[in-house]
Write a protein that binds this ligand. Sequence first.
Ligand SMILES: C[S@@+](CC[C@H](N)C(=O)[O-])C[C@H]1O[C@@H](n2cnc3c(N)ncnc32)[C@H](O)[C@@H]1O
Length: 279
Amino acid sequence: MELGQPSRTALAAAAHRAAHQILEQGRIFADPLAVRILGTDAESIAREAEEDPSRRRMRIFIAVRTRFAEDALAAAVERGLRQVVVLGAGLDTYAYRSPFRDRLRIFEVDHPATQEWKRWRLAEAAIPLPSSLVFAPLDFERQTLAEGLAEAGFDPAQPTFFTWLGVVPYLTAPSVWSTLGFIAGLRNGAHVVFDYANPPDSLSPLSRLAHDRRAARVAELGEAWLSYFDTDQLHAGLMDLGFTEIEDLGPPQIAFRYFPSRAISFPDTGGHILRAAKL
Ligand SMILES: C[S@@+](CC[C@H](N)C(=O)[O-])C[C@H]1O[C@@H](n2cnc3c(N)ncnc32)[C@H](O)[C@@H]1O
């Protein structure tokens, strides 16, 4: 993150979600506010997305990770959960369109510069804010999540669902483990969904090429990828923290779940989306 500047990758992720609504008609993940929050017309969004066909891969991954998180969140809400934290929210629109928003207390945590910019975008787009929403500005590298949430009025005694999409790769490993430790330490249960990437040297040559290109692009934007995880080591670390349920979809499982009719084989390593719960 550049000092005082909103996250450019948050804008890029939001553009991918908007393009998914237009180019794939939101087939994996439908978001009626995705285009509106960007403040750009649908034609320009589609044109830009189609300029570089290699962007499709990231667009689909972003649609999948959001769908996976929101399906798991809906299941937890149906079972009675009432507190949600959107970590590194960027231009995520869950709080403004969730069918459960009136039943939930939702905290949006993000880097102060990104959050300020988002609040300006929400006002510009005239998107109404639910009364239950709380903005909690926080730099994960400088302040702990416990401190940031305590200042915002978070109730640590309530079972809580954390979504943490597109953020882990941009943080250092100690800061990732500190946040996971806080979530696991909540005494009445917690769920977390986040995405992560396997180390570059474990990737197939084709995936490695795609990774290196994308890594160079985000580094140019001043938001380099800082952490990668070996899947077995990550699961062991999560269990050490006390998480009792882990659901982890790597490339083949993502393909199997979301594209069952496409008989393509996928490498085992790459981008993952993971749900961990401590109940
Ligand atoms: C790629 S964007 C993802 C945004 C959103 N979750 C999504 O899926 O569209 C990365 C997000 O992480 C946030 N972020 C990166 N480093 C951070 C830090 N040190 N503290 C707080 N937030 C950070 C950025 O502000 C940005 O909103």
